[in-house]
Design a protein around this ligand. Structure first.
Ligand code: SIN
Length: 298
């Protein structure tokens, strides 16, 4: 089940997605975090953020909307308090980072890679903040500028997280690759909205939010497949992975690793079932290595 992902050795290709796992403390009460291939931690910013006003999550048919707004304790608190806890486990730590300017992304990259995380995940796709986030991820030139700045300041592999809320995801992927990205992760959430017909108000305080869960999986499979044709760097596929078959689907489309996200809110141990089920799927299909699933679409 081991895979090499952008030069980082993962004991299996299954990670947990940023924003769905906090910094692992609560899930660590449920299972041994060392069983995971990697943990993508909650998105970090330079200063602590309280996030958007509630309500900021809502259920949808086959998924959920969130408008969390990058709530996090800030990069220094992560380095001082959370990273030492995570380092007790034999699992790769991927630090997700978001800035409002290119300079902020670069500063975060320097501080986090110096602190000893295994990989950076550059969030240029958060739909829930006014400045930064998605603003950088919808334009190839801005995506490249952020990627280049982070690459220059980092001594660990850099993965850029892409949005499906674009005309052509392959364009953004190519721009990030050309600017030095070592890997890509996709997809972040799709912009969505719900309205309470009784109050005639949006269900989320901020109006719109990011849709995740099984409803978005076909979009994720399509985006991974299109991106895999466009770039040579590895892809971490995510978007509605609930089962091992869902993970296999993303890998067949071209992902080298996958992340489980929204499924955690229904079953905190879902990633473990995905890991075990993926091993069983490989055996059934005659793959001796999980890595051979990548792009094995007929
Ligand atoms: C959030 O905190 O708003 C979610 C982060 C994201 O979608 O990138």
């Amino acid at each position: 089940m081991a895979v090499s992902f952008a030069g980082v050795s993962l004991k299996n290709p299954v990670a947990v997605a940023s924003g769905t796992f906090g910094f692992g403390r609560e899930y660590g009460l449920r299972f041994d975090l060392s069983r995971l291939g990697a943990i993508c931690v909650k998105g970090l910013t330079i200063a602590p953020r309280g996030g958007n006003p509630p309500p900021r999550v809502a259920e949808t048919p086959m998924g959920m909307l969130n408008s969390v707004g990058l709530q996090n304790p800030g990069v220094e608190a992560f380095i001082q308090n959370e990273l030492p806890f995570l380092r007790k486990y034999d699992v790769k730590i991927i630090a997700n980072l978001s800035g409002e300017t290119v300079a902020e992304y670069a500063e975060l990259a320097g501080r986090l890679s110096d602190a000893g995380v295994d990989m950076l995940e550059v969030n240029i796709s958060c739909p829930n903040v006014k400045a930064g986030g998605l603003a950088f991820g919808v334009d190839p030139a801005s995506a490249a500028a952020v990627t280049r700045a982070v690459r220059d300041r980092s001594n660990v592999p850099v993965m850029v997280k892409l949005s499906p809320n674009v005309a052509d995801i392959a364009d953004i992927a190519r721009a990030a690759e050309a600017a030095g990205a070592d890997a890509l992760s996709l997809i972040n959430t799709l912009l969505g909205m719900r309205i309470d017909v009784n109050t005639r108000r949006p269900v989320l305080a901020r109006g719109v939010g990011g849709l995740s869960g099984p409803a978005v999986r076909p979009v994720a499979v399509r985006c991974v497949w299109q991106t895999a044709q466009a770039v040579k760097i590895p892809i971490m596929g995510m978007g509605g992975v609930m089962t091992a078959d869902d993970a296999a689907e993303l890998m067949l489309a071209g992902a080298s690793a996958v992340a489980v996200g929204t499924a955690l809110f229904r079953d905190p141990e879902a990633p473990l079932d995905v890991i075990d089920g993926l091993a069983a799927y490989c055996a059934r299909q005659g793959f001796t290595r999980a890595a051979d699933l990548t792009g094995a679409l007929r």
